[in-house]
Ligand binder design. Structure first.
Ligand SMILES: [Zn+2]
Length: 397
């Protein structure tokens, strides 16, 4: 906005105080709201006609056919309404005035405000105000987030940051599967948990943290290891699965259950200074088995306990997973389908590797019936999958 031009308009276009505008509107003048739809989240002057400024030339003649009628234009602060008034003057409207101070002054004066019918509650509008003004989210996206159900497998290094941000973002239901207790050595990275909760069940600690962060969110806790015996009872109840597993048997099981039920599997793994993320979904991308048909030999797979991990690294990767989950829920952007994003913290680089579908993949190849779950622990050559925070020997593509 050119300040000189605005000053000139302010001198030319009659201003009207909000209270006077309300009085004129009650006598037949038109109140015209020219803000963007996302701005309606904080309310609308009662009785206003809604036409965003950019749509005036297209919509005003049809909506407001009487060009002699008094039109009281308002925006949020009282600046853009001057430009809108100029546009309306150019369209032949003869009595156009700008409401001084805009909607903000209208509301501050205690004049009647109606809520946009956006399907959100007042607490939701307040909490998610910074989402509501983003066109790609808005009230519609926020309702989608509220209605979404995301399953976190693991309340550890990856699951912690992902769950924290998903809860803050307003994902309505967060499921958490974990079978472990909070250990002091977890606290270096597992930000769901606190020093005072060492020894507590992780799902309980996670629930407390998430409900404190956002009481509008519901947590469904599964105090169990995800197994082929319970996967079919848990996975289908969710829209998106976030893989925060710390071991290969669980990773393969998550993949297979997601393929079976057609759920998106938001994958992440970390190893010392390197992490990776991708999104798998049957029919939309290859699967984890297309990328890694076989697990690495057991002697090559070190857990975090054995190999170590930079505490902040699962934060980076877990948040990439949270972003991907939110994109899937909103239906916005390009998910990491068919792409493996590899982050090297020491080099400070992101590389992207293409993941190709394996036409012979025993799980996701088209037309192939689901072959059933397997003995995942045996498949990975392990005697016991281990309760550690381990990860992927970050097999590189
Ligand atoms: Zn596959």
């Amino acid at each position: 906005m050119d300040p000189q031009h605005l000053a000139k308009l302010a001198g030319r276009i009659p201003g009207v105080a909000p209270a006077d505008a309300a009085a004129l509107a009650s006598r037949g003048a038109v109140l015209l709201d020219v803000r963007e739809p996302a701005e309606h989240a904080t309310g609308i002057a009662e009785g206003a006609v809604l036409i965003p400024r950019g749509a005036l030339e297209r919509e005003a003649p049809g909506t407001l056919p009487d060009k002699g009628r008094t039109i009281l234009v308002y925006c949020q602060m009282g600046m853009r309404s001057l430009l809108a008034a100029e546009t309306l003057g150019g369209l032949g409207y003869r009595d156009v005035r700008s409401v001084s101070g805009g909607f903000r002054a209208w509301a501050a004066a205690g004049l009647p405000v109606t809520q946009a019918d956006d399907g959100l509650t007042d607490p939701e509008r307040r909490r998610y105000a910074r989402h509501l003004v983003i066109p790609e989210v808005g009230a519609k996206g926020q309702r989608r987030l509220r209605d979404a159900r995301v399953l976190m497998v693991g309340a550890g290094g990856l699951g912690s940051p992902a769950a924290v941000y998903l809860a803050c973002a307003g994902v309505g239901t967060i499921g958490i599967v974990d079978f472990d207790n909070v250990d002091e050595s977890n606290l270096q990275r597992q930000i769901l948990h606190t020093s005072a909760r060492v020894g507590m069940r992780k799902v309980e600690s996670a629930r407390r943290t998430l409900e404190e962060l956002n009481p509008l969110v519901r947590v469904e806790a599964f105090d169990a290891r995800l197994t082929s015996g319970n996967a079919d009872a848990i996975v289908p109840r969710f829209d998106v699965v976030v893989d925060g597993a710390d071991n290969f048997p669980t990773r393969y099981l998550i993949n297979d259950a997601c393929v079976k039920h057609g759920k998106p599997n938001v994958h992440g793994s970390v190893f010392r200074f390197e992490g990776q993320a991708s999104v798998f979904q049957r029919g939309r991308s290859p699967c984890y088995r297309c990328l890694y048909p076989e697990p690495p030999p057991p002697e090559m797979t070190q857990s975090c306990a054995d190999a170590g991990v930079l505490g902040v690294l699962p934060g980076v990767i877990g948040l990439l997973q949270a972003v991907e989950a939110i994109k899937l829920i909103l239906g916005e952007g390009e998910p990491l389908f068919g792409r493996l994003l590899v982050y090297d913290a020491l080099a400070a680089t992101f590389r992207e590797l293409k993941v190709r579908a394996n036409p012979e993949c025993s799980y996701c190849a088209e037309g192939r019936p689901f072959p059933g779950y397997i003995d995942y622990v045996g498949f990975c050559g392990l005697s016991f999958p281990g309760a550690k925070d381990g990860s992927h020997g970050a097999a590189k593509g």
